[in-house]
Design a protein around this ligand. Structure first.
Ligand code: PMP
Length: 347
């Protein structure tokens, strides 16, 4: 393992930051009369600020994921967890990050918002991760590495051992975005957290958990890293409705397993049906709830489907995905509607 010193990676202004101390975090006991936070006494039950650290939700997440509660941060979607990583670790105009490419667009958007140089390392043949090229792209000011497994938009997951090897050989922070992990049989990095002090794993309620509208994302890391996340976040980032919803969802984890099973079966059906169409050039293997498909005319087919009210993601302009559409696995009926329309393309 390369030497890792977390404090040297934290932006100096964040290291010395005196965080906002919310009314609800200063007092932990029970009381009968709350006159501390300028809330309205009327409007129960949503007149009070929510738990700033979402302790009940974290206890439930800890149970479901097998991770200690102090290793969990909850954000307004993974997108908040992504943005906060820049704000904690990267000095604007000075530091840089290295990211595998193509991958999820928000890593680069957040780099640009935070004025941080974004260094892309293209995936190789069959969308393989090039560990040596990732390490070669880093220099003394590289604070973060972005990895996404299973990757959006390519759909493939990487072996945990390869991701762990990269963590061990890089002295900065490695973030593995596991938004689609529930659809993969390659395994999660969560079990390596204790061994890898520079690892942050991101997961979300937006995919397998069927709760994209709720906006709830999870970051898992050492208690020290989670401490910086808590220091920088908005005091009440996860609202009360989202916390209540999450508790209900977490209490019914088997429902999610059922959805995943169904979607994996639907993915297999969709892949077979796409393979039988003349317009299909190549279907990339998927560990996620979408498939990347190279087609005869991506722009034309995208527009054709759109005009029939069927929206897929056109990835034709993305390097390494030229000619490709990214198609989310839907219900049986949605998938049939898509295939029927594609079968009529050009007729
Ligand atoms: N990570 C990846 C890889 C994604 O594809 C997405 C959304 N498409 C996100 C994160 C964002 O997730 P959230 O809804 O939790 O912000």
């Amino acid at each position: 393992m390369k030497e890792f010193n977390l404090k040297t990676l934290i932006r100096p202004n964040i290291l010395s930051l005196e965080p906002y101390s919310s009314a609800r975090s200063e007092f932990k006991g029970t009381a009968s009369t709350w006159l501390d936070a300028n809330e309205n006494p009327f409007g129960n039950p949503y007149n009070r600020y929510p738990d700033p650290l979402q302790l009940r939700v974290k206890a439930a997440v800890a149970q479901v994921k097998g991770v200690a509660e102090d290793c969990i941060f909850l954000g307004v979607g993974s997108d908040e967890c992504i943005d906060l990583a820049y704000r904690i670790f990267c000095r604007p105009g000075i530091d840089n990050v290295v990211a595998m490419a193509p991958s999820y667009g928000m890593y680069e958007v957040c780099a640009n918002i935070n004025d941080v140089e974004y260094r892309k390392v293209m995936l190789g043949d069959d969308f393989a991760l090039d560990t040596e090229a990732m390490l070669a792209a880093a220099d003394a000011n590289t604070r973060l590495m972005w990895l996404c497994s299973p990757n959006n938009p390519t759909g493939n997951a990487f072996a945990c051992e390869q991701l762990a090897d990269l963590c061990r050989r890089f002295s900065g922070i490695v973030i593995v975005d596991e938004a689609y992990i529930d659809f993969s049989d390659k395994g999660t990095m969560l079990s390596s957290l204790a061994e890898l002090p520079n690892l942050i794993v991101l997961q979300t309620f937006s995919k397998a958990w069927g709760s994209a509208a709720v906006r709830l994302g999870m970051a898992f890391a050492s208690p020290e890293i989670i401490g910086y996340y808590n220091k920088v976040k908005y005091p009440y980032n996860v609202n009360q409705l989202a916390q209540e919803y999450a508790l209900k969802a977490l209490a019914d984890a088997p429902r999610v397993q059922g959805w995943v099973k169904q979607l994996l079966a639907n993915r297999a059906w969709l892949v077979d049906a796409l393979a039988a169409l003349p317009l299909t050039r190549h279907i990339y293997a998927s560990d996620a709830n979408f498939v990347l498909v190279e087609v005869s005319d991506a722009n034309g087919i995208y527009a054709y489907l759109r005009d029939r009210g069927i929206i897929v993601r056109n990835r034709n302009r993305i390097e390494k995905c030229l000619g490709c559409l990214r198609i989310t696995v839907g219900t049986e009926q949605e998938n049939e509607t898509l295939i029927k329309a594609l079968a009529e393309y050009g007729k």
